[in-house]
Design a protein around this ligand. Structure first.
Ligand code: BGC
Ligand code: ZN
Length: 366
């Protein structure tokens, strides 16, 4: 069967690869789930892998099948599978366990080993193909009523983890009722983080470059958050008006902005970084001032990567709630479909297009 693959480490090596069909008995203990792929989303991580900045092939293979944002339908299950049945819509988690204690308790997103295994990214093949087989442990059911949001499940899980981690670490405060959140960036993670924070009742300011109105500003205001175009109004001006933020989520893909966000965080606040920046940029900082403010203000900087099953499940619940609260808003994120695996070049080109909020491949019809 066909798959979209790259040769990691080789610039712009995206190509169509012929790979063997997977079989249920690849998974021991009768726990295999055979999924027919319907759609797969791609993001900046896929672009960085094709730019040879990131990612590795599985041991023994030259190629890496891309794709970590999966959406499909269950075609067959092994005799011991309980979580899903044929006909169910599903997505799959991305990371697979290594050996650490965190891997062993179902939280491989928090592995304490340097090596991590991620389907479509690092050391494991991804989902940009016709079918895949997985242990039911890594398969998450998608409600029928959310199938129109298909490839958003994985990005949503990452946004859910970022916000949940922030709330989790803020238990240090004994009482924490954040009021103001800043979200840096209105790409998929920024928009989904905006939703999650709105559902938790925060006043959310989402910052992006483009002048409003535009698609991103429409989506942000559609979720009753405030869109701020940084080409029209600086973050400093917003801080003057509403104060520093209790919580900041950076999802810009720019380490410069991620670092710079430190100055907008309020006392006892938490700043979460979510971007994967595979480049080699450097930036200079007013380090004395930041160090002083950070210490005097008990501020916290938190990195958040990937997501485990629990984050997929809570992310899916928030997507469902988001649909009820803000009907018709979320599907507007899904801007740029590509028809068929053979159009992999178009997929890569669209990833360079700043107007493409979400690029995804229609792999097969139902
Ligand atoms: C993926 C995550 C992954 C991260 C680092 C992101 O694009 O969505 O699942 O952990 O890249 O490889
Ligand atoms: Zn991703």
């Amino acid at each position: 069967m066909k798959a979209i693959a790259v040769y990691p480490g080789q610039l712009n090596s995206v190509h169509l690869e012929e790979i063997p069909e997977p079989t249920l008995d690849q998974v021991p203990g009768g726990k295999g789930v055979l999924v027919r792929v319907l759609k797969v989303g791609v993001d900046a991580t896929d672009r960085e892998i094709n730019d040879a900045l990131y990612g590795n092939a599985p041991p023994g293979d030259k190629h890496l099948v891309l794709g970590h944002e999966s959406f499909g339908v269950v075609e067959a299950v092994g005799p011991e599978v309980r979580r899903v049945k044929p006909g169910d819509y599903v997505t799959a988690t991305v990371r697979r366990p290594g050996q650490s204690i965190y891997d062993q308790i179902g939280t491989c997103d928090m592995t304490s080993e340097e090596t991590y295994y991620e389907r479509g990214i690092n050391l494991l093949h991804g989902f940009l193909t016709e079918k895949f087989v997985e242990d039911e442990e890594y398969i998450v059911r998608v409600p029928q009523g959310l199938k129109h949001l298909h490839v958003l499940m994985e990005p949503m899980s990452c946004a859910a983890k970022a916000v949940e981690q922030a709330f989790e670490v803020q238990r240090r405060m004994r009482v924490w009722s954040p009021r103001t959140a800043f979200v840096m960036g209105a790409g998929q993670i920024g928009l989904l983080a905006t939703l999650i924070l709105r559902l938790r009742g925060l006043d959310v300011y989402t910052f992006a470059r483009g002048a409003a109105p535009n698609l991103k500003s429409d989506i942000v205001t559609g979720m009753e958050a405030t869109y701020v175009s940084t080409s029209e109004r600086s973050v400093e001006e917003v801080v003057k008006e509403v104060g520093k933020a209790d919580l900041i989520v950076d999802a810009t893909g720019s380490s410069h902005v991620a670092m710079g966000s430190m100055q907008y965080l309020g006392l006892n606040g938490v700043l979460v970084w979510t971007s994967i920046t595979g480049g080699e940029h450097s930036t200079s900082l007013e380090s004395d001032r930041i160090n002083l403010e950070w210490v005097l203000g008990n501020k916290l900087l938190l990195g958040s990567v990937n997501a485990n099953r629990g984050h997929f499940e809570s992310g899916i619940r928030d997507l469902a709630l988001g649909e009820v609260m803000y009907p018709g808003v979320l599907c507007r994120i899904l801007t740029h479909p590509v028809d068929g695996l053979e159009n992999f070049q178009q997929m890569m080109e669209l990833l360079e297009d700043p107007s493409a909020l979400k690029v995804y491949v229609n792999v097969s019809d139902e």
